[in-house]
Design a protein around this ligand. Sequence first.
Ligand code: F6R
Length: 616
Amino acid sequence: MCGIVGYVGGRASIDVLMNGLKRLEYRGYDSAGVAVIAEDGTLSTRKRAGKLAVLSEDIAEQPLPDSTTGIGHTRWATHGGPTDENAHPHLSADGKLAVIHNGIIENFAAIRDELAGEGYTFASETDTEAAAILLGREYERTGDLREAFKAVVGRLDGAFTLLAVHQDEPDLVVGARQNSPLVVGLGQDENFLGSDVAAFVEYTRFALAVGEGEMVAITPEGVEVTDFAGNPVQSTPFEVQWDASAAEKGGWSSFMAKEISEEPDAVANTVRGRVADDGTVRIPELEGLDDLFRDISRVIIVACGTAAYSGMVSKYAIESWTRLPVEVALSHEFRYSDPVVDASTLVVSISQSGETMDTLMAVKYAAERGAKTLSICNTQGATIPRESDAVVYTHAGPEVAVASTKAFVAQITALYLFGLHLASVRGSLSTEKIIEETAELQAVPEKIAEVLTQHDEIAQLAHWMSDTRSVLFLGRHVGYPIALEGALKLKELAYIHAEGFAAGELKHGPIALIEPGQPVFVMVPSPRGSQTMHAKIVSNIQEIRARGARVIAIAEEGDVAVLPYADSVIRVPLASPLFEPLLTVIPTQIFAMELSEAKGLDVDQPRNLAKSVTVE
Ligand code: F6R
């Protein structure tokens, strides 16, 4: 959840650290801090509660000494509230060593007791400080940061990425990871560490993923990766596919506004290179893996939040195309439910970050029980794809706004491609049908672009409704997960009560919530897809309208049946039913973003949230 950056080289470290933290701020934004080793060999730290801007202003007013080595941290509080004291870095007892940490050290209380018994005192309530003091004690014993670090990481339980510097070894930053992300940026006479490549992509596009249970030491001259016992480990560098400008706002009012505008590209780029000349799906990453998918008898999708809703949408398509049963499980529920998982199960995880701890644990659980695992992921070098048998990357580009938008449509796109691939491998769909569905997917970017042209009308609706305290969302079939997703976006961004329901469920309870003026978004399925479903939704609309609801229908162009009953209609272009969610979700995202802006809230960094949830 926290963002971590480390640097050693020839540049002013404070600039590299602050730029890196700016790009990682989406990971946590309740406090931030840096530690640098000054040219005179002393360690200086600065840390402040609040967003990164607070730390930035503080440093601008009272600059830190010149330095070319340092570590920086942006925090999402777990142990101890967001205060200056609890912000990272934390120091050893002699103040010569600084540590930053992402994750939770589960046995910190025992370590703290042990150190307290030896007379050490603590300035914060954090688990991290226990590690810092312990590391300081080990440094006193060994006089060597790498050795001291090795002694400490082996003692820690839980999930952590830990970075440390010591003023007596000014050209060295050490790091370790266990169930929490860490990537190395490879430069010329300089090297970087980051929670993800965004931390350093401005300086280098060459990176190295540090594996589970591995440590790394960076100096200006080189990078050494070892396991926790100190044995060398071979890692293969990779090139980051996007450049630094992709992670910048580029004139938009928010990252979210930019990311919503990029949705046509997110879909197009995810499809690109995966359609053969004959119009069928060809996923290069899955070549040679047909056996993995041929013998499965069921699919379980594991994911959280928005990613889980993309799984719920995709379930309909994958089942329809492959005739395999598909179940969607929230990752954190999955492994505690004693699920039926065996070698004939394919577990598909969906994760934008590729680091969500709940999802990672679900994948590991499934793999341990012999299941095959496939990752749908947006972040190269992330942990979940590394832990999976196969990966299909979404090419949405970096998603910086904390609430997910473009990754959602890219996830559905990748899952649809995979569904068609699976249908082809298993022979469950004719080639003609595969070509037809693939062509429909290729047409989606242009249709999303058409929906985006209604931005101003949707914004106006949101501004009129800025005093609204509750909004309901209804949908059927693939419209149901969109109702859930629409409600989630509104909760996250505008902090108002919102709920999504399967429209058929209305009469079984939720209709009691309808009172005069209650806004209800309704995802209206195409009458061309299913007359029955369309007719049923129209009668649901009539039922709520009769009770005074204010109906906002999201319906396809030319559907006049909704006109007499809807207060507002947002149009989406014609698409066959399975592809409608890729269009109907867009107005709900724009609405939530605009309502948040109308209320003067921070669209990109909603309260209490972090983009990458790396604790369980
Ligand atoms: C909501 C949102 C979250 C994430 C969820 C999973 O807008 O962004 O619900 O979808 O935390 O994150 P990833 O996809 O990184 O595993």
